[in-house]
Each structure stands twice: as structure tokens, then as C-alpha cells.
Write a protein that binds this ligand. Structure first.
Ligand code: KG4
Ligand code: ZN
Length: 335
């Protein structure tokens, strides 16, 4: 079964073709970073308009690259949520229309399910069940995954998502948008011994997170020490955020008795996080799995893949489409 996948939930337009037997045939990601940079963050209306410009040209490109014609495509998957509603409506509207015109089924994919399943696109894919740490700009969740659509939430952030905390701290330090990767780069040259930030919510039981206090800690330190201390603050912030995630992942593995840890979402591109979780896995006699870096952040491949799994299981949406800015992953149907 050959599926076209479309991702337009935020500031990346992603399009991909996934084939049940042949795997990923082609994919393209167009990032709107340059468009939003001068505003210091994503401007939803501009994001929607740019998806309108990019989604069909990218679809043509992946079809050409894969040597695929319209008649070969057997289903269309698009991100239905969560995300920016206007941006979601572009991918959903285009995806649903193409499916209707081509006479094939369509399905709306949950963006976080896409992230969660992205490591399964790799040659060395994890088997079910596993514990997943989902860390993106909008979500921070620990999930027990017993199969596709069989998700039990173990813990989540009570305030800022991990990526959001990276972005806000970066912005405060004057590092611009998108802040996460820039802050991570700056942290490499920071002194890890100079400032010590707390590890929020690790002194009590449970698997929930809180990252907003770290941002305040960073702000207070920056106000006191100024620009000269930026790299050291970035380092202290990153070390605290990562340590906190590692502590919670260790707890989740022990609590569930699982030996596989999947890490996905934009923040899973962070090199330090990947290294520290690999170390944790070794200590716990477990294994850590990540998507390749380009599939950590938003992309069409994960949507094509998650859509393939659901369409191949006979699921599809009736004509008409929905965009769901808020959508609990626990509501998904199991395959
Ligand atoms: O999954 P994603 O592309 O979009 C959402 O679904 O939100 O995640 C984007 C988030 C942003 O907050 C970005 O700053 C963060 O992932 N991010 C990083 C790194 N690369 C991306 N955070 C820390 N270190 C990185 N290397
Ligand atoms: Zn995402």
C-alpha cells in the first residue's frame, strides 16, 4: 500500500511517500524559520499562508523523485491535530481533496502519534511494548506504548513543554527563534560548574514534569550576571532540563519494568539528551531508540507512516475533514 503523508501542524511543511513493503520512498521538509525569525516566534496566519504555497509543489517533488504517479497512490494521510488550527486546515483540506479526487481513502493522523512512531522508520526499530519520552515544542509526555493506538500516559509537563522551555529561555538570552537548537549549541561552550539550576519535581515521586521554574532561574541569573554569562546559563539550563528528563525516564523504566525507551519529538534531536539517555539505558540494562535527527522535528515521513499503519488496518475517515487543535492521544483507536 502506497501512502502520501502531509504535515502542516506548525512551521514546517512536510510531505512524504511511504510504501508498505518498500518503506519510505521520498520525503521533503520545508522549514518556515526564515519567515518567522524577524517576529521572534511563529506567526500562525503567516504559517498557514506559507503551507498553502508549499504543500502542492512539495507533493509534486516527492512524486517525481519516487517515480510515482497519481494512480499509484492508495491513500492519503494528513496531520489532523494537535497544532495551529489554520495551519492544520491547509494540510487537511489539501489531503482530503486529493484523496477525494483520486478516489482513495484518507485519514487524519495525530501529530504526537506520528512523533512516537517515527523511530519505527529506522532499520533498527524497537518492538512493542516500550516507554516513550515525547519531547516537542508543545508536549512533554512519558507514555507506555503497548502497540499502535495503545497508549497509557505515565506523566506529563504541568506547565511548559520541554521545547517551549528551551525556546523561551533562548529568547530571554537574546538567542532568537527557534531557540532550542541555538541554546544547545551555545551550551557546548558553557562552564557546567559555574551555575547549578534545580532539577524540578525530582525530589518527590511521580512522572510529571515542570519546566517553567528553570526559565525563571535562568532569567534571574541573567539579570544578575549579564551577557558575559550567557553560555554558562545555557549550559546550566540544558543540564538541568536533561537531568530531569533522565531521572524521570529511569523511573518510568523501573516502574513499568520495560527495557526499551523510545525518545522522539523536536527536543530528541538534542545531542546531549541522546547521549545521556543512551548512558541511562546502558545502566538500566535497557536500550534507547531515536529517530534520525531530521525525523525528530516535524516531518511528513512520520505522518505517512502512521497513516499507512491505520489505513492498512482498514481505518479511514469519511468525506469531510476535521482539524483538532487539541486532541488527547488516549482517545486514539487501537489497531
Ligand atoms: O516536534 P517539533 O519539531 O515541533 C512540535 O511538535 O512542537 O519540536 C520543536 C521543538 C522546538 O521547541 C525546538 O526548540 C526544539 O524542538 N528543538 C530542540 C533541539 N532541536 C529542536 N531543543 C533542544 N535541543 C535541540 N537540539
Ligand atoms: Zn512536532
Amino acid at each position: 500500500m502506497l501512502i502520501l503523508g502531509i504535515e502542516t501542524s506548525c512551521d514546517e511543511t512536510g510531505v512524504a511517500l511511504y510504501h508498505g513493503e518498500r518503506g519510505l520512498l521520498a520525503h521533503r521538509i520545508y522549514t518556515q524559520v526564515a519567515l518567522h525569525a524577524k517576529y521572534g516566534g511563529v506567526v500562525p496566519e503567516l504559517a498557514s499562508r506559507d503551507h498553502v504555497r508549499k504543500v502542492l509543489p512539495l507533493t509534486r517533488e516527492v512524486m517525481e523523485e519516487a517515480g510515482v504517479e497519481r494512480k499509484d497512490i492508495e491513500g492519503v494521510a494528513y496531520t489532523a491535530g494537535p497544532g495551529l488550527v489554520g495551519a492544520l486546515l491547509v494540510g487537511a483540506g489539501v489531503g482530503r481533496s486529493l484523496a477525494w479526487a483520486w478516489g482513495v481513502p484518507a485519514i487524519g493522523v495525530h501529530h504526537m502519534e506520528g512523533h512516537l512512531l517515527a523511530p519505527l522508520l529506522e532499520a533498527d526499530a524497537p518492538e512493542f511494548p516500550f516507554v516513550a519520552l515525547l519531547v516537542s515544542g508543545g508536549h512533554t509526555q512519558l507514555v507506555q506504548v503497548d502497540g499502535v493506538g495503545r497508549y497509557t500516559l505515565l506523566g506529563q509537563s504541568l506547565d511548559d513543554a520541554a521545547g517551549e522551555a528551551f525556546d523561551k529561555t533562548a529568547k530571554m538570552l537574546g538567542l532568537g527563534y527557534p531557540g532550542g537548537p541555538v541554546l544547545a549549541k551555545l551550551a557546548e561552550s558553557g562552564d557546567p560548574a559555574r551555575f547549578k539550576f534545580p532539577r524540578p519535581m525530582t525530589d518527590r515521586p511521580g512522572l510529571d514534569f515542570s519546566f517553567s521554574g528553570l526559565k525563571t532561574f535562568a532569567l534571574n541569573t541573567y539579570t544578575k550576571h549579564g551577557d558575559e554569562a550567557r553560555a554558562d546559563i545555557a549550559r546550566a539550563f540544558q543540564d538541568a532540563a536533561i537531568d530531569t528528563m533522565v531521572i524521570k525516564c529511569r523511573r518510568a523504566l523501573r516502574q513499568t519494568g520495560m527495557k526499551r525507551l523510545v525518545v522522539a519529538g523536536g527536543v530528541s534531536a538534542n545531542k546531549d539528551l541522546r547521549a545521556k539517555l543512551a548512558q541511562l539505558a546502558e545502566q538500566e540494562d535497557a536500550r534507547a531508540y531515536y529517530p534520525r535527527p531530521e525525523f525528530c522535528t516535524d516531518n511528513g515521513a512520520m505522518i505517512a507512516y502512521a497513516g499507512y499503519l491505520r489505513l492498512n488496518a482498514g481505518m479511514s475517515e469519511p468525506d469531510g475533514f476535521t482539524a483538532r487543535p487539541r486532541w488527547d492521544m488516549g482517545e486514539l483507536e487501537a489497531i
